[in-house]
Design a protein around this ligand. Structure first.
Ligand SMILES: *[C@@H]1O[C@H](CO)[C@@H](O)[C@H](O)[C@H]1NC(C)=O
Ligand SMILES: *[C@@H]1O[C@H](CO)[C@@H](O)[C@H](O)[C@H]1NC(C)=O
Ligand SMILES: *[C@@H]1O[C@H](CO)[C@@H](O)[C@H](O)[C@H]1NC(C)=O
Length: 628
């Protein structure tokens, strides 16, 4: 195994040497990048419709991509995958709790010092990426106990404010500081504002990378999400969408896998709770909408908006009653995995909608591409690819083999699923591996669960994923043949890395070459070409995806067989082993949050320096640090 320190060193050298990457756009000043990453926001429950600034400043001024997916539908694993550019099966951050994954595992694996902001920083971007010394999890989902750590410093409690307002104020200060101005007069004016740090001209010439990650509209640990006081009367007339897969009839519910098939229809009282939840979600998002407004106006005022990419998305999607499951994420279905994804920035057409697919794995290579880092110098272990060409040409008809492999979306999960709000109760046996095809002429969702259940939906005709074709598909039937192809792809993608993720067909073609039953006068590079009946025998014979045990974490022995057949390293060459890592178990002394809900109208524009006046550092006792 290569020691992590050496990998890091090698990556640093490459990134420093990247200046020679010759592209016309790289001769000019490189663009700033802002990533807005909400928590648990849906694409399919209409939440974007209730965000006027997102509509006006991002959707109208940029391009919306309707086929963007997370590859794992849960916060911590999804964020780890985005920041490392790797599938969860390669980061091994597979759940929000030990042993699957948590902050302690992220740190123990050394991945916390080798991820996207560090790479952009090495490429000359201004970033603040020092991780907090303590895990701030207990307060992350408590809107009225806003605790923040600035660039690795001791955590601070902002009494008297709503969490989303503190984020707004901090983001504004950071963007104000790093957005390059036209220099000259404004620079002098700014210098005279004594509270604000002064940046040297050299610093001003550095582009910046800023991630804005509000907790909204995530639930609080004790219940519903909590909007700012000023938004509590908004949208009272709105109704939660109830598409055809909302609380469906037994006929459909019984076709589902694992614990889902035993669910009872939701009662009226449960539906009433979903309705309340829906309102609080769209109200909580209004605080995020204000952040979008403020940031865009600030950048426009500084004449840098034209050279800034803003990417708006979420860590995972959300369901409210679809397939009879009350509130939550963690399922492979469209509501949980297909995300809001809007890009505004240089060269991105305005007001366009695009169906070109992408995943969160693609963001790291895309941002490195924007930063003009030579692709030869990207960290070797990235599983995605740059989407920048798609952003610039969202209507382009991608050429055959390229687009056929981009249409393949691998989504995986280990561990349990949580019913949020209703008792926060969990359902185990929620480990599954899925593959989704999002082609223009063919679209499927195929899944294998640890319980042995199999699902096949022809999503081209059944976008609500109701009619499970798997149990009905006879081996020789068209659907049976399709399942063999999808299983073969999943066999590759479930443990893929790097190129085998970007084009799993190459692995299957190599197997075909070695197989006498495979016709060698033709090849396949898409579902369409692979469906040629002459490949039936080859695909039928391949070993099938299975997970003998329902484990709460990824175990190499429970994941096989593998294709390529050598036992996969599952990313372990690029991170430190985490066996027996320790998670903090000793909670600190409770921190007293706001007694009254905060975020009234008079706090709409409160700046951070005013908030700082009431802020205080958390004590060692509150942080649970035992001192001897
Ligand atoms: C992933 O994490 C689990 C739990 O910590 C551990 O048992 C397993 O060995 C790890 N797998 C790999 C491939 O690193
Ligand atoms: C089509 O895609 C392949 C694979 O990425 C690429 O090598 C080739 O240059 C592309 N052809 C065109 C015409 O864009
Ligand atoms: C999990 O699945 C296994 C295998 O199908 C089954 O025996 C077990 O009862 C399930 N457990 C739960 C909690 O559903």
């Amino acid at each position: 195994m290569v020691p992590l320190s050496r990998l890091f060193f090698v990556a640093a050298i490459f990134l420093l040497a990247a200046g020679g990457y010759a592209k016309d756009r790289c001769k000019a000043k490189r663009p700033n990048i802002i990533l807005i990453l909400t928590d648990d926001q849906d694409l399919h429950l209409g939440s974007l419709d209730y965000m006027p600034s997102v509509q006006r400043e991002l959707i109208s001024e940029g391009t919306s991509f309707s086929n963007h997916f997370t590859t794992v539908s849960q916060g911590c694993p999804s964020r780890a995958s985005l920041l490392r550019g790797q599938h969860a099966h390669n980061t091994n951050l597979t759940h929000v709790q030990a042993p699957g994954g948590n902050y302690a595992k992220w740190k123990a694996s050394g991945q916390d010092e080798d991820y996207l902001p560090f790479w952009l920083n090495k490429a000359g971007y201004h970033t603040e990426c020092k991780p907090p010394p303590n895990h701030l999890e207990p307060w992350a989902y408590d809107y009225n106990t806003p605790v923040f750590s600035k660039n690795g410093l001791a955590p601070v409690l902002y009494s008297g404010y709503h969490q989303t307002d503190v984020i707004r104020a901090k983001v504004y200060a950071a963007a104000f500081l790093h957005a390059r101005t036209l220099a000259g007069r404004e620079l002098i004016m700014r210098n005279s504002l004594s509270r604000l740090n002064y940046l040297t001209q050299k610093e001003q010439d550095r582009p910046f990378f800023l991630t804005i990650a509000p907790a909204a509209p995530h639930v609080e640990l004790s219940g519903f999400p909590k909007p700012q006081e000023r938004h509590k009367d908004s949208f009272l007339e709105a109704e939660a969408p109830k598409p055809v897969n909302f609380n469906p009839l037994d006929y459909f519910a019984r076709q589902k896998p694992s614990w889902l098939k035993r669910l009872q229809q939701l009662k009226d009282s449960a539906i009433d709770l979903l309705e309340v939840h829906f309102h609080l979600r769209i109200q909580a998002l209004l605080g995020v909408d204000e952040i979008v407004h403020d940031v865009v106006k600030l950048l426009e005022g500084k004449y840098v908006m034209h050279n800034t990419y803003i990417v708006y998305t979420s860590d995972n999607g959300y369901h409210l009653g679809q397939h009879r499951v009350p509130a939550g994420k963690s399922l492979p279905y469209l509501k949980d995995t297909n995300l809001p994804f809007i890009v505004r920035g240089p060269g991105v057409p305005t007001g366009k909608k695009s169906r070109l697919p992408g995943t969160h794995l693609d963001l790291a290579p895309t941002f490195l591409d924007i930063a003009c880092v030579d692709p030869q110098s990207f960290p070797v272990y990235l599983d995605g690819r740059s989407l920048l060409d798609n952003w610039h040409n969202p209507k382009r008809t991608a050429n055959g083999s390229e687009s056929a492999s981009r249409d393949i979306i691998n989504v995986e999960f280990w561990g349990s699923s949580v019913f949020e709000i209703i008792g926060h109760s969990g359902r185990s046996n929620n480990s599954y591996k899925t593959i989704r095809i999002v082609g223009e002429e063919t679209a499927w969702l195929y899944s294998k669960w640890c319980t042995g259940d199999t699902e096949l939906y022809e999503t081209y005709f059944d976008p609500f994923e109701l009619e499970n074709l798997a149990p009905k598909a006879a081996p020789g039937s068209l659907q049976g043949q399709m399942m063999n192809r999808l299983d073969a792809l999943l066999m590759v993608t479930k443990s893929c890395s790097q190129d085998t993720c970007r084009d799993p067909w190459t692995v299957l073609r190599s197997s075909c070459v070695l197989d006498s039953s495979c016709p060698h006068d033709r090849i396949f590079s898409s579902i369409g070409t692979a469906m040629d009946p002459r490949f039936d025998e080859f695909f039928a014979k391949l070993p099938k995806v299975q997970m003998p045990e329902c484990l709460e974490y990824q175990d190499v022995r429970n994941e096989g067989p593998y294709l390529p057949p050598v036992s996969s390293s599952l990313g372990s060459d690029h991170r430190k082993p985490t066996d027996n890592y320790k998670s903090p178990t000793q909670p600190g002394k409770p921190v007293l949050g706001n007694i009254v809900d905060q975020g009234a109208w008079h706090q709409r524009h409160t700046p951070i320096h005013e908030m700082d006046e009431n802020a205080r550092k958390l004590t060692k006792e509150e942080l649970g640090i035992i001192t001897s």
